[in-house]
Design a protein around this ligand. Structure first.
Ligand code: ADP
Length: 498
């Protein structure tokens, strides 16, 4: 009988789905990956087809297993991590989705959010959920689905439908419809989950007119979620870990002590600061969220979310077509000595933390006759660092001191120039780990902990390995001068009345 000494992590991201098999030392041994189709049905709307998500997940899992050469019996458990807040509504009996998934970036509920705010709902939402009233979160997306899909509300009241974020949808499909559950980190992004009781909140459900019968059971991040049917890998495998992508990255980066901070640079950028067992609210318009929950005990994080980071580079490549691929952005940036006063504010889908301005749109400033492609590319990369500075300034104001260092991961951190500029702009060291697939690694850790493959959190901390540390080098005055220019540019794209 084979020893089950590996974990399969499913990382269902915004632009791609990955399945990675990790061994018990936390080393990736095989990968399956597929790009995910994007739908933009209207300005500010973003959708995914849940069937694409499901099919891609199955294909990636099988590809990873095949290329690992392992027997399915060697897989002890599955961990799931996912793009968060993306809302799916499906039929409890057939598993069929009633509508495309409404993706976290989608702004269609901006007007509904404005109404909620005008009605004075934000203080209640904030106190209960640690979030703000913004289209980013799932709650108003779900309300939109119930209102817009014919018959959905009546069917939801009768208990015929399930709502879930992507983790929950995948779990339902993997278990052949046997389980409708999620974990506390994903639940904490819905606008419906009370941080203090760690349960769905009846008052918030009334406020958004969401029937409780729709909602999944909420479990710890390491828990017995159910068993993936043999049709996936050839034999049944238990699902033992779930966390939203940013929380999984926090676990993968071993940010287990109060004050430790990680920042992930993919499509968007998400920085999480561990604040321990108390759900303290930010005074600077950052979010309070469940970082992870073990044995019923949550650990919280203050989070700053930026909607456009790598997406700005995608725009250079696919929209403007001025660079052939994302990595070449580094060459353009190093070709010139500075951005020549050019600032790009990539508020393509509004501004996230700490501005929360869904109606803002992007802007490009400081153009002259000398402005060329390199300046544009450099300004796009710099915007990622400036936006991170906005977050760390707010975090420092909340925590009373700046982070000691920033652990980074995600697709963009292979860009050495950007990592150095980030350290320069923040004035703190930027630490890049040996394994940058930290999101998948975090999901593997969660499932592996539950399966008994990994010891405790201290083992995971000990396993974290530095690949390269970028120390700040830029003169303090220059740092302030560049950042002041950014703040001015941001002020110019803000929507009136924000
Ligand atoms: P996600 O998980 O959100 O789909 P990834 O973590 O895979 O994203 O990161 C992909 C993003 O990183 C893309 O937006 C891409 O444009 C950007 N990216 C990848 N490599 C680089 C690079 N060397 N320099 C700048 N941006 C990059």
């Amino acid at each position: 009988m084979a020893v089950a000494d590996h974990v399969l992590a499913i990382d269902q991201g915004t632009t791609s789905t990955r399945a990675i098999i990790f061994d018990r030392a936390g080393r990736p041994v095989a990968v399956g990956q597929r790009e995910l189709r994007q739908f933009y049905p209207a300005d500010g709307w973003v959708e995914h087809d849940p069937e694409d998500i499901w099919r891609d997940t199955v294909v990636c899992c099988r590809t990873a297993l095949e290329s690992s050469g392992l027997d399915a019996g060697r897989i002890a458990a599955i961990g799931i991590t996912n793009q968060r807040e993306t809302a799916i509504l499906w039929d409890r009996a057939t598993g069929e989705a009633l509508h495309n998934a409404i993706v976290w970036q989608d702004r269609r509920t901006a007007a509904a959010c404005r109404e909620l705010k005008a009605a004075g709902a934000e203080p209640l939402v904030r106190e209960r959920t640690g979030l703000l009233v913004d289209p980013y979160f799932s709650g108003t997306k779900l309300a939109w689905l119930l209102d817009q899909v014919p018959g959905a509300r009546a069917r939801a009241e009768r208990g015929e439908l399930c709502f879930g974020t992507v983790d929950s949808f995948l779990l339902y499909r993997l278990t052949g419809g046997a389980v409708h559950a999620t974990d506390a980190t994903n639940a904490s992004r819905t606008l419906l989950f009370n941080l203090h009781t760690q349960d769905w909140d009846d008052e918030l459900l009334r406020l958004l007119r969401i029937p409780r019968a729709l909602l999944p059971d909420v479990k710890d991040c390491a828990a017995d979620f159910g068993v993936a049917e043999a049709s996936l890998l050839g034999r049944p495998v238990p699902v033992l870990g779930i966390a939203g992508d940013q929380q999984a990255a926090t676990v993968g980066q071993a940010c287990f002590d109060i004050g430790m901070t990680k920042s992930t640079y993919g499509t968007g950028c998400f920085a999480l600061l561990n604040i321990g067992p108390e759900p303290k609210l930010s005074r600077n318009r950052l979010l309070t969220t469940v970082a992870y929950r073990f044995g019923g005990v949550p650990t919280y994080a203050i989070e700053g979310s930026i909607f456009v980071a790598g997406a700005a580079v995608q725009w250079l490549r696919d929209g403007l077509r001025i660079i052939p691929d994302a990595p070449s952005s580094e060459r353009y940036a190093t070709d010139i000595k500075d951005a020549g006063g050019v600032y790009l504010v990539p508020a393509f889908t509004g501004l996230g933390a700490p501005y929360w301005d869904p109606d803002a749109r992007g802007g490009l400033f400081g153009l002259t006759r000398d402005t060329g492609i390199a300046h544009l590319v450099r300004a796009a990369l710099e915007s990622v660092a400036y936006q991170t500075r906005d977050l760390t300034e707010a975090m420092a104001a909340d925590a009373g001191h700046p982070p000691a260092a920033l652990r980074v991961d995600g697709g963009m951190v292979g860009n050495d120039w950007l990592m150095q500029f980030l350290a320069d702009m923040l004035g703190v060291a930027v630490e890049r780990p040996a394994v940058t697939e930290t999101t998948a690694l975090g999901a593997a850790y969660l499932a592996g902990l539950q399966a008994g493959l990994f010891g405790g959190l201290s083992d995971l901390s000990a396993a974290w390995a530095l690949e390269r540390r970028f120390e700040p080098r830029l003169d303090g005055r220059e740092r302030q001068r560049l950042y002041a220019g950014w703040l001015q540019a941001v002020a110019r794209v803000r929507s009136t009345g924000a």
